[in-house]
Design a protein around this ligand. Structure first.
Ligand SMILES: NC(=O)c1ccc[n+]([C@@H]2O[C@H](COP(=O)([O-])OP(=O)(O)OC[C@H]3O[C@@H](n4cnc5c(N)ncnc54)[C@H](O)[C@@H]3O)[C@@H](O)[C@H]2O)c1
Length: 271
């Protein structure tokens, strides 16, 4: 069977673990080749061992424009074109409240969160856009439930994901009509998502948080998805045949947090 992304080429940032790794596997399964920009050499070595010639693995940092240019150049050199740029690498603030941020780290902390979560996407889009124009391709950014509601992070993570909402809309306007720009807003999942070094959280992962219990409490669907459960939304947006009219939009697929209203989840449909 021909995949939805047959003979296309994508770049995924942060493709070494979690959602980015699941996306890379899914895009390959749909017939695409994938360039991955990732800071962890160990994760990249595993990715190459598992997926072989279907990927080009580039070790680098999304906050560096030169590294973003490098992944575009190496991907196009190897695979001949670029159809989709997925900005995905990010860090989480472990829901650190403003008053709990030590005053001495405020500057450093803000810069670290926004440089990875917002500047990284901006630099990636800038580095990729000329190749995307050639194929009539698209950009997809990973947002979060935190792009819509408080409580999925502290003010820095929530503001950074709201900022990405702004990037989706502004870049969709600026890159039209040749390049579509959209986003996907997943909810919680157990991954290797780390925190900022400025808070000493760069070795701590979201896997240490009881997300399963939270999902039962807060999500109308009541389940904690796996990263792979979110990948279909990206495939849809990346597929020109199936999404040619979608630009400036974000697929909110966080399990229905926004329709919870004032009702207790436990009082939901009982058929
Ligand atoms: N895990 C969740 O509960 C959750 C919920 C909603 C949204 N998200 C979003 O999903 C996306 C993927 O996160 P994940 O949960 O899969 O985490 P993850 O840490 O497993 O994956 C992110 C990858 O990005 C890499 N990375 C981090 N900083 C980098 C940098 N500066 N340069 C290059 N690579 C870098 C990491 O090494 C890692 O491999 C993020 O945008 C995150 O905000 C996650």
């Amino acid at each position: 069977m021909v995949g939805w992304l047959q003979d296309t080429v994508a770049i995924v940032t942060g493709g070494g673990s979690g959602l980015g790794r699941a996306l890379t596997e899914r895009f390959v399964a749909e017939g695409a080749k994938v360039g991955v920009l990732e800071k962890s050499p160990e994760k990249l070595a595993k990715l190459e061992a598992d997926l072989g010639d279907a990927v080009v693995a580039v070790q680098g940092d999304v906050t560096s424009y030169a590294d973003n240019v490098r992944v575009v150049t190496e991907t196009v050199e190897r695979f001949g074109r670029l159809d989709t740029f997925v900005g995905n690498a990010a860090i989480w603030d472990f829901s650190t409240k403003l008053v709990d941020m030590p005053e001495s780290t405020l500057d450093k902390l803000f810069d670290e969160m926004f440089h990875v979560n917002v500047k990284g996407y901006l630099l990636g889009a800038r580095a990729a856009v000329h190749e995307l124009v050639k194929t009539g391709g698209s950009v997809i950014f990973t947002l979060s439930n935190a792009a819509y509601y408080p409580g999925g992070g502290g003010p820095l993570y929530t503001a950074s994901k709201h900022a990405v909402m702004g990037l989706v809309k502004e870049l969709a306007f600026e890159f039209a009509p040749k390049v579509r720009v959209n986003g996907v807003a997943p909810g919680g999942m157990i991954t290797d998502l780390r925190g900022p070094g400025a808070l000493g959280l760069d070795e701590v992962t979201i896997a240490s948080v009881p997300l399963g219990d939270l999902a039962k409490l807060c999500s109308p669907l009541g389940v904690l998805p796996e990263p792979a459960d979110y990948t279909g939304h990206y495939v849809l947006l990346a597929s020109k045949k199936n999404s040619s009219t979608a630009t400036g939009t974000v697929i909110n697929c966080d399990g229905g947090l926004g329709v919870r209203g004032l009702a207790e989840v436990a009082g939901g449909l009982d058929l």
